[in-house]
Design a protein around this ligand. Structure first.
Ligand SMILES: C[C@@H](O)[C@H](NC(=O)OP(=O)(O)OC[C@H]1O[C@@H](n2cnc3c(N)ncnc32)[C@H](O)[C@@H]1O)C(=O)O
Ligand SMILES: [Fe+2]
Length: 527
């Protein structure tokens, strides 16, 4: 089968022909380069109007031969751009009298890596301009395991470079400038598997304004942003029990990001794959490749139902082309046991008879200064918050000893299993009540996933390493969001679990927090 792909979500007007027989993909692209500032939607759409017919014609000419289907990016992206590319794709499918396939651009960023790597069921880190998220396949869909709470990673970096007066796109220029830089301290914001960039970017702009050499800020910006992405990727591997990671999106062209991810995977014994740059940045090749798989699965759409969707989320897509596959990215958990690997995302835990020794191991992928700071701060904070939580009536292990220099805690051993293995609505309800009590005492857990709750005669909260003090409904709602995210990523039937969890929270907690949870859920979605 030969499929023509059309891509036009934002800056890249592109057409490609993928041949399933030879597995060859010919890509023809024409980039929009703003004269000043960032991407202007109208200018970008004008570029599409001009370039899309040209790249389609060239791709068809160069590839020769017949086309069996036309695939196009339905979203997410800029409405005016999507409309131009969509119209061209529909017209072409009509003229050639072949089926039309509507592809989700973010799923295409993921699938191209999976296709090339030959991985079964990887976790995917999509690091692109307008997005930053982790996806895992579960129960017929790609679930969003974690994502940015504000802007996409590329856009965050591009905004910083706009502040410097540099032309778009800024990512490659930051990478270049970072080569001569030295480390400076910047904020590091990870909440479970979610993360945010706005505080970090403001601090980076301030640092430059206060005279810090630009190359130092660029260097440190990369060290922080990419360490955050690598940390959440590792946490997603740990939570789901997957041992394969693929990278997608334009920021994936950055060598330092790829280096960190490769190093993290090597340390865990996981496999890492990053597609070649022509498949990482926006391109129609990935649309054609996924389009071919969808067409083969009969997943085509009538022209009348092929409207574009600027907010098209990856988890809205029924993954028709993997139907019948029993693998789930959460197989370690869904198979009823843990993946045999008791190594959490950030610490090694030795389980003794009645004691647990938890050591935060150095992560060689992070800059040594950042690594030392994170391990020290999290060890101290964890010991403190475990005690505060218990005083507030939330069962936690007793802290027997804390060795800050070694980032090691000796803790009482609690519970018989992780909540991930024993998740019921009743227990979710109990946990809701415990989190409400914790929040009432002004403590945020920071990472209340199903792996951070132990089950015994009652529930125990463990791993406060990402915790902090806050009385803000926003921060409390984030805890709830993190828990529900971990449930949605792994449970077969998340709905009753989440309902019971919220009911348990409602009993002891502030209504404002549950209201905010609904907002957090919507807000975290692609900007
Ligand atoms: C919805 C769609 O339009 C959007 N596409 C997109 O953002 O283009 P993409 O090609 O995936 O990523 C572009 C981003 O990738 C960044 N970028 C490119 N090379 C880079 C590098 N060497 N280091 C860091 N960032 C880089 C650019 O600065 C820009 O922000 C998306 O996937 O979110
Ligand atoms: Fe993209």
């Amino acid at each position: 089968m030969r499929v023509l792909g059309v891509e036009g979500t934002a800056w890249c007007a592109s057409a490609a022909v993928h041949d399933t027989e030879t597995d060859e993909t010919l890509i023809e692209s024409d980039a929009y380069e703003p004269e000043s500032g960032g991407i202007h939607p109208r200018e970008a759409a004008e570029h599409m109007g001009d370039a899309i017919p040209r790249v389609i014609e060239t791709a068809l000419d160069r590839s020769g031969g017949d086309i069996d289907a036309v695939a196009f990016s339905r979203g997410p992206g800029l409405g005016p751009c999507l409309r131009v590319a969509g119209t061209a794709a529909r017209a072409l499918a009509g003229t050639l009298d072949v089926p039309l396939v509507g592809v989700n651009h973010m799923v295409a960023h993921l699938e191209i890596g999976r296709h090339e790597a030959g991985f079964d069921s990887p976790v995917c880190l999509n690091a692109s301009g307008a997005n930053a998220h982790l996806l895992g396949f579960h129960d017929g869909r790609y679930r969003v395991l974690g994502e940015t709470m504000d802007t996409g990673v590329g856009n965050a970096i591009d905004k910083f470079t706009r502040h410097l007066g540099w032309s778009h796109p800024g990512g490659p220029k930051v990478e270049e400038a970072a080569k001569d830089g030295e480390y400076v301290d910047l904020p590091y914001v990870v909440k479970g598997m979610d993360f945010s960039f706005s505080g970090l970017m403001s601090a980076a702009k301030d640092a430059v304004d206060c005279g810090e050499p630009v190359e130092n800020v660029c260097f440190s910006l990369q060290e922080h942003v990419f360490a955050m992405l690598t940390e959440v990727s590792e946490r997603a591997l740990s939570l789901t029990g997957s041992d394969e990671l693929v990278l997608g999106g334009g920021v994936g062209q950055n060598a330092r990001l790829r280096e960190m991810l490769a190093e993290m995977c090597e340390q865990r014994g996981a496999e890492f794959y990053a597609p070649e740059p022509r498949f990482l940045r926006d391109n129609a090749g990935m649309i054609a490749v996924l389009g071919a798989e969808m067409a083969a699965a009969g997943d085509t759409i009538p022209i009348a139902e092929s409207a574009i969707d600027p907010n098209f989320r990856p988890d809205q897509v029924p993954v028709t082309w993997r139907e019948g596959e029993s693998v789930a990215v959460g197989r370690g958990v869904s198979a009823g046991g843990l993946s045999g690997d008791r190594r959490g995302a950030e610490a090694v835990v030795d389980v003794l008879d009645d004691e647990v020794v938890k050591r935060r191991i150095p992560k060689s992928y992070r800059h040594p200064e950042l690594d030392a700071t994170l391990r020290r701060d999290r060890t101290v904070l964890e010991a403190r918050l475990l005690n505060e939580a218990r005083k507030a009536g939330v069962p936690t292990p007793l802290v027997h000893d804390a060795d800050v220099a070694e980032s090691t805690l000796r803790l009482q051993r609690v519970g018989e299993s992780d909540l991930a293995e024993a998740l019921t609505p009743e227990r979710a309800r109990e946990l809701g009540g415990l989190l409400a009590r914790l929040h009432g005492a002004g403590v945020v857990h920071g990472d209340p996933t199903t792996r951070n709750v132990r089950v015994g005669d009652r529930l125990f909260l463990i791993d406060f390493g990402l915790g902090y003090h806050s009385g803000h409904p926003e921060d409390h709602a984030m805890d709830l969001h993190v828990f529900e995210g971990s449930v949605e990523g792994t449970a077969a039937d998340p709905e009753p679990i989440c309902r019971a969890f919220e009911a348990g929270y409602a009993e002891f907690g502030e209504p404002a927090v549950l209201e905010r949870l609904a907002e957090v859920r919507d807000r975290g979605r692609y900007q």
